[in-house]
Design a protein around this ligand. Sequence first.
Ligand code: ZN
Length: 221
Amino acid sequence: MLAEKHVLVVFPHPDDEAFSSSGTIKLFTQSGVPVTYLCGTLGQMGRNFGNPMFANRETLPEVREKELIDACKVMGIDDLRMLGLHDKTLEFEDEEFLADIIEKALHELKPSLILTFYPKHGVHPDHDAMSNAVAIAVSRLPKSDRPTIYGKAILKNSVDLIGKPDVEIDIKSVAEEKLKAIKAHKSQTSGWVELMEQQLKDSSPEIEEWLYRETFWTFEV
Ligand SMILES: [Zn+2]
């Protein structure tokens, strides 16, 4: 896996990358593979303002932008591009418009691998809109130029529908960084982090799933 030339990460919300693939990303950056992250929105429609409140509707984008930058530092991503799209509205964007944005990046960066959600298996309409745009953009390239796409499928019944993931990456060596990347998005993830830290302490079997491996489904366009 580490022989990639350039990895392009495409997700709509800050924190999608941390949960789904921050261990894999860290393994790439650690071995010198350039990684570019196109993050669609700033999750500005999130409703978690903390208790005590650390943000309001106006300041939330700022808070999440800073968290995203911090998470990227942990993952070793030095090319973060915030697309400035509107949270929770991506499904209403023209899909060709979204695909144009991705296509531009494909021509510029010529990635050999893309990490994104698996189309139609992202649970959230923003997730599916973004991965659909990736699929359209990649399909516009001649077959020989198309990067591999690792899709993250997170429907409850994804395995029933598309089978088991065909890519399994052992991220145990960077589990700590994964936890740190998730922690960086603290406005969204504080409950999770405590849960994971407890599971880690208890060596609970769930931790295997969350912190020691990341799985993907190769998606063909
Ligand atoms: Zn998301």
